[in-house]
Design a protein around this ligand. Structure first.
Ligand SMILES: [Zn+2]
Length: 318
């Protein structure tokens, strides 16, 4: 991959290119922005560019590029963990490696994914490295929660911000490059909030059909909520609640007179137009609050049966 393959990130890429042209891309950086928009991919391309042995960097074919691509380059280190915290042991290994000269390339690249998970000891240890970054080393912290990064770390890094794509741009990409139906692309672009990586995961997940199933079974039905149809695990319930919220959000905004292209469920516009006559703003406020409350309880592990019972009572009393 090359920078030109990364869509919609011209601003951060221009900044990065400027650093690279001046050969001053070393020390600590924070790539911040929502998940699924290419921050880590860009960090890997940087590693490839910096250590590529060809004149046209990254060539993608030299031994260094191939090793970086497979994450097997001895001068590329990625710290990522499923654990809740990044611990001091992880940073100690970074420190040890950073003190060595590059093995094969010209620079050692360290990528710390989900850097907001650094625990205080690990952050302190990293801070010491950032205060006097070893020569020939680049440390890139990736985060979608920059507010949770320790201020001392922030002050030692250059922050580069990445943004999601505009919804209409992502929609066009999904239609042209991934042959999605226009309505499906429209829905997924909204649902993914402009995040290409997330949209690509969603497009094969059946979410478009699922959201219509939810709509037909619940929003258009006057029967009580059948919890057996929802699934019982947290992920399924979260998805159900998100879909419900997006339906009622559309009805609300349609009543307020928004343009068609702002509807998430543009494919069901006719149904939404019918429903908008059935609900008052007050009722919709109540429903959206009930869904939002259910999401809160779901995240706090309230019993799912109870949660759905309460939500059903709220939704169908209006
Ligand atoms: Zn190369």
């Amino acid at each position: 991959m090359r920078f030109s393959d990364i869509l919609g990130q011209e601003k951060p890429l221009n900044i990065i290119n400027a650093y690279m042209e001046k050969s001053c891309f070393s020390g600590g950086y924070i790539f911040s922005g929502p998940e699924g928009i290419g921050k880590k991919t860009v960090a890997k391309i940087i590693a490839q560019k910096l250590n590529c042995t060809s004149s046209d960097k990254p060539c993608g074919t030299c031994s260094s590029c191939l090793k970086t691509e497979k994450l097997q380059h001895p001068d590329l280190h990625i710290i990522e963990s499923d654990a809740a915290q990044i611990k001091i042991e992880d940073i100690r290994s970074l420190q040890r490696e950073a003190n060595f000269r590059p093995y094969e390339g010209v620079i050692k690249v360290f990528i710390i994914d989900e850097a907001h998970r650094l625990n205080p000891e690990a952050a302190n240890s990293l801070l010491k490295i950032l205060e006097e970054p070893p020569k020939d080393s680049l440390i890139i912290l990736i985060t979608h929660k920059p507010q949770n990064i320790f201020k001392t770390i922030l002050s030692r890094c250059k922050v580069i911000r990445f943004s999601p794509l505009a919804i209409s741009v992502l929609e066009d990409v999904l239609v042209k490059d991934y042959s999605l139906d226009r309505f499906c692309a429209h829905f997924i672009s909204f649902y993914a909030e402009g995040r290409l990586g997330f949209a690509l995961k969603l497009k094969d997940s059946g979410i478009f059909e699922e959201k219509n199933r939810v709509f037909d079974s619940f929003a258009l039905s006057d029967k009580p909520l059948d919890r057996n149809l929802l699934g019982h695990n947290k992920e399924q319930l979260r998805s159900f609640l998100n879909i419900m919220a997006s339906w009622f959000r559309d009805i609300y905004l349609l009543k307020a007179g928004i343009a068609d292209k702002q509807l998430i469920h543009l494919d069901r516009k006719n149904d939404l137009l019918k429903l908008k006559l059935e609900f008052s703003f007050k009722q919709l406020d109540g429903i959206l609050s009930a869904i939002s409350e259910s999401m809160f309880y779901l995240e706090h592990n309230v019993n799912s049966k109870l949660l759905l019972h309460n939500l059903g009572a709220q939704l169908w009393k209006v």
